[in-house]
Design a protein around this ligand. Structure first.
Ligand SMILES: Cc1cc2nc3c(=O)[nH]c(=O)nc-3n(C[C@H](O)[C@H](O)[C@H](O)COP(=O)(O)O)c2cc1C
Length: 201
């Protein structure tokens, strides 16, 4: 599938076929491909996806997610968590394969960029998570799957349900499966000239 086709065909799906199953091997292939190829700030790969397999947990998540059916009907439900402390914990590790001088530059740059800047630490995690999510959804499309990005849920309750570690945050959920509903027509797209600014606001 061409990238443009995947972009145009991807829609935020509201109902999935609950009988449709993605195999564990295919889930792993899909996620591995995203993790190996999606960009992340300083290659820190902040994402820590939680695959929600437990049926009871799905029901509990649906309760804190405005009763949205995608939570229990999708074959693959990912709560996209992310590790905020990765800049400190993993900087060396993620540059291990590079030349020693590159490693030194990157580790120093990461330290300078993130240290004592909690807002930046969180922003970076969210930026990388957004790109992760879109990469996953486009790839899913290529494999004939449908998806829905979701942040319609109680984030504090979610943190409790998935036992979120102290230095992690929840970014969003992504539901993946086989669509059982027609998407609404694409509406309300804002005109190019209303959104694009040349050089400065
Ligand atoms: C961060 C984010 C959160 C969203 N949360 C939800 C959600 O909780 N439930 C839902 O049905 N759609 C959700 N959506 C889907 C949007 O409503 C949808 O992308 C938008 O209306 C455009 O439609 P399209 O994706 O089909 O082109 C979310 C989208 C994004 C990017």
């Amino acid at each position: 599938m061409n990238v443009i086709d995947a972009i145009q065909q991807r829609r935020a799906i509201k109902r999935f076929d609950p009988g449709f199953k993605i195999s564990d091997a295919d889930k792993k292939k899909l996620l591995s491909s995203v993790m190996e190829n999606a960009p992340s700030a300083f290659n820190l790969q902040h994402w820590r996806p939680v695959l929600v397999e437990n049926v009871e947990l799905r029901k509990q998540i649906r309760e804190i997610a405005w009763d949205q059916p995608q939570v229990t009907e999708s074959s693959l439900l990912i709560v996209l968590g992310a590790k905020v402390s990765t800049w400190e914990a993993d900087a060396k590790h993620v540059w291990e394969g590079a030349a020693p001088e590159v490693q030194n530059i990157m580790v120093g740059a990461i330290n300078q960029y993130y240290r004592d800047r909690p807002q930046t630490q969180r922003d970076e995690v969210m930026r990388s998570a957004g790109i992760f999510a879109q990469t996953l959804m486009l790839l899913a499309q290529e494999h004939g799957l449908d998806s829905c990005p979701m942040d319609g849920f109680d984030f504090d309750a979610m943190a409790k349900l998935i036992n979120l570690p102290e230095d992690h945050v929840v970014c969003l959920m992504i539901a993946v499966g086989k669509s059982a509903s027609q998407p609404y027509p694409r509406v309300g797209k804002l005109p190019y000239d209303n959104l694009i600014t040349i050089d400065s606001f």
